[in-house]
Design a protein around this ligand. Structure first.
Ligand code: RRO
Length: 292
């Protein structure tokens, strides 16, 4: 067993969290992932209005990753009902909105219902939502402030689809974020050579999984040098070695998504055992150690 760890105002059972978007749509699935060894869980993103998402195909499994354009499907405020049985478990609700007011409105629904919030400023194919907000430091600062002033732990998830991610991280810090999550998916596409058309119904989507791990490591490394907030690493983590590398870049915890979707929720127990028992890693001793 491992000791609890507090990161960005949220107390987790260990350093491994379920990333947003995978198994995060019901209270039952969130509970199950916690029971299977996750130190905390992040929900599928919830927005100001219910949304069905994009027309299919919405997801393509690649050799080294997953390409998706789900289209932010979510039940909006009704999702609060899924959280009622979860008590004080380490559940972080991912939220999105089109402007600071919408972010504040959605955040307010979850006051007292979640251990913290993760602001999704970073969906690569969300017209009017993350894609346009997450690349604009001024909007990132305003959306973050609109939520952080409500008093809940406020994590901000950044997009890698920018020239300078440190400018966005600093904007989140000015807005009162309690932690940075880096990163969401990389804007990408595939074309079916048989059909001569894009594979996804939405044409473009977000790439996750092993293919983007080096991008995520680079983003965490740059943010660690530029910001003083705790950083949660996310993007293609599928082994204890990946967790160690992310921590050396500067992450004090990690989120795992594609590896859960591609394999199954036993990845949490497997990585936990490898990390703490087999390798005997003390995260406090390695976080940021790659910085000279
Ligand atoms: O629902 C999605 O299509 C989606 C979201 Br909200 C996101 O943040 N990242 C992503 O790759 N897909």
């Amino acid at each position: 067993r491992t000791e609890p760890v507090t990161i960005g105002g949220v107390t987790l059972n260990n350093h491994l969290l379920l990333a947003a978007g995978v198994l995060g749509t019901t209270g039952a699935s969130l509970s199950r992932v916690l029971a299977c060894g996750a130190g905390g869980v992040v929900t599928k993103s919830i927005g100001p209005q219910p949304k069905d998402g994009h027309a299919g195909p919405c997801i393509a499994l690649l050799d080294d990753g997953i390409l998706n354009a789900m289209g932010l499907p979510n039940p909006s405020r009704e999702f609060t009902g899924e959280l009622s049985g979860l008590g004080s478990k380490p559940v972080i609700v991912s939220i999105f909105g089109g402007d600071p007011e919408e972010f504040a409105e959605v955040a307010g629904w979850f006051k007292g219902m979640a251990a913290g919030l993760e602001l999704n400023l970073s969906c690569p194919h969300a017209e009017g939502y993350g894609a346009s907000i997450g690349v604009n430091p001024d909007l990132v600062e305003k959306c973050t402030r609109a939520v952080s002033t409500l008093g809940m732990p406020t994590w901000v998830k950044l997009t890698p689809n920018v020239t300078d991610i440190t400018a966005i991280g600093k904007a989140a810090e000015r807005g009162g974020a309690s932690a940075i999550v880096a990163v969401n998916t990389v804007k990408a596409m595939r074309i079916s050579t048989a059909l001569r058309r894009p594979v996804l119904g939405n044409r473009y989507g977000g790439l996750s999984g092993e293919a983007i791990f080096p991008v995520a490591v680079r983003c965490v490394y740059e943010l660690y040098e530029a910001c003083s907030l705790p950083i949660i690493g996310c993007g293609g983590i599928s082994s204890a070695d990946n967790v160690i590398e992310m921590m050396m870049a500067g992450a004090c915890a990690v989120e795992i998504g594609s590896a859960v979707q591609k394999h199954d929720i036993t990845v949490f127990e497997t990585i936990k055992n490898d990390l703490y028992a087999k390798k005997g890693i003390d995260p406090a001793e390695i976080i940021g150690c790659a910085h000279g």
